[in-house]
Design a protein around this ligand. Sequence first.
Ligand code: C2E
Ligand code: CA
Ligand code: CA
Ligand code: CA
Length: 298
Amino acid sequence: QAKEQGLGYQFYRLDLENLSSERLTLENSLRRALERDELRLYYQPKVDLASGAVIGLEALLRWAHPVRGMIPPDQFVPLAEETGLIVPIGEWVLRTACLQIKAWQGEGMPLLPVAVNLSARQFRQPSASGETEGRPLSDEAAGVHDLVETIERVLGETGVDPSCLELEITESILMQNLSTAANILQALSAKGMRIFIDDFGTGYSSLSYLKRLPIDTIKIDKSFVGDITTDQDDAAIVAAIIAMAHSLRLKVVAEGVETQEQFDFLLERGCDAMQGYFYSKPLPAEEILPLLRSTRNS
Ligand code: C2E
Ligand code: CA
Ligand code: CA
Ligand code: CA
């Protein structure tokens, strides 16, 4: 038995080595992915529940890896956040989304705002040099925060109106540094950008507390939406979130809507909009205009 344990240990150790060397390989190739133009944005429509009209798009990051194929964000965004690579990647996301908005405007697509996801690391970035270690994070003292500066610069360079850009942030961003986050959101909202709270219900913030920040819309996390038609607790939670949000004059989007039954439940409870495979998966940019045309004609 001792022998087996020894072997088990051996395997375990080897596994860890594989894991860390794979991590390093991933980190290095992610570092080069930007230069090699391997990142892509897919776009998923947000649909008004009452009218069925597409009211916006969410930009979702993919990595078109030359060997592994299309890698979903869950497999590399956490590493990008740990290593700080999410800061240049986040700027690429902003610029690419803005360039796409411009391209669509040129193609005569109806004007739809595009939402990008922001990560906590982008809120933590100190101004100017871009260094993140060894310096106090005195954003307030430095005046305009780097994130605000970056977004304004990208909007200016691409000629996109701030009202066309929406920002999705998670509750955890607010939890990590409320006063900095509040200042940043205030500045961005004053420029005309709408702010969404992502994955609502999975963090710890209350709606009344969110109401004190310049937030337009909350997105109910798909983990609640998945079982609304079969689980009484999830149904009650979702119905309560919608009712409370509305009483605070916040709009509500449900994520991960996959079935007609979920759609009907949300419509009945007065939810404003939905996003999910029931209408469309995230698609490459060139498939969005044909999708909008086909659904308008049907
Ligand atoms: P999220 O912001 O909550 O995005 C929603 C996720 O749900 C997306 O996964 C989307 O493809 C998926 N989804 C949409 N409709 C359905 C549905 O009906 N059923 C199911 N099962 N899933 C659905 P995706 O694209 O894999 O993105 C995962 C997460 O990665 C995002 O969650 C977001 O947190 C992060 N992410 C994506 N793009 C970016 C980015 O540009 N920057 C940062 N910082 N994070 C990003
Ligand atoms: Ca999101
Ligand atoms: Ca989510
Ligand atoms: Ca998420």
